[in-house]
Write a protein that binds this ligand. Structure first.
Ligand SMILES: [Zn+2]
Length: 164
């Protein structure tokens, strides 16, 4: 893989495309250029324009997911709106999710998706602490705000902040 590339790979069940606003894309390119060549960004989710019939299916899927999450993690019920909310993906292409590749290998912080226990997430995070800290730091310097929820931050949900 050549250095300083940004890859797009749809991770959503409902969208095969990853749509990013030109402003966020431009900022992402700047971030990628500041990262060492063995660290590559992969944009997995952006704006999702879901057709009306899929929207209902999407809502049902989210509700079922939220129910399962509450069943598995009753103490984390307060995180449900953050994890199962749209987080702006239905608004515009300034809200994106990013995977990170280190030497071409994807860092998998959430092997069980949003159902990954925090202990496992933190253990995996520790393995790539240096690279992830660098990515988070460069994204923030580049105008992105990383989601405050630990699970969302692990799938690197970030919002491009437009400054007037
Ligand atoms: Zn997201």
């Amino acid at each position: 893989m050549s250095p300083s590339t940004i890859t797009f790979r749809a991770r959503s069940y409902f969208s095969k495309e990853v749509k990013v606003s030109p402003e966020a894309l431009s900022a992402l390119i700047d971030v990628q250029l500041k990262l060492p060549s063995h660290v590559t960004l992969v944009v997995t989710r952006g704006l999702e324009e879901i057709s009306p019939c899929f929207r209902i299916l999407h809502r049902v899927r989210r509700r079922l997911g939220a129910l399962l999450f509450c069943f598995l993690y009753p103490k984390r019920k307060n995180e449900v709106p953050q994890i199962f909310g749209s987080n702006g993906h239905d608004v515009c292409g300034d809200h994106i999710d990013i995977d990170v590749l280190v030497d071409g290998r994807r860092i998998t912080l959430l092997p069980l998706g949003v159902f990954t226990p925090l202990t496992l997430l933190r253990k995996r995070h520790k393995q790539y602490q240096k690279e992830l800290a660098l990515v988070y730091s460069e994204l923030e310097k580049g105008g992105f705000t990383i989601h405050r929820n630990e699970t969302e931050a692990a799938q690197i949900h970030c919002d491009f902040e437009r400054h007037q």
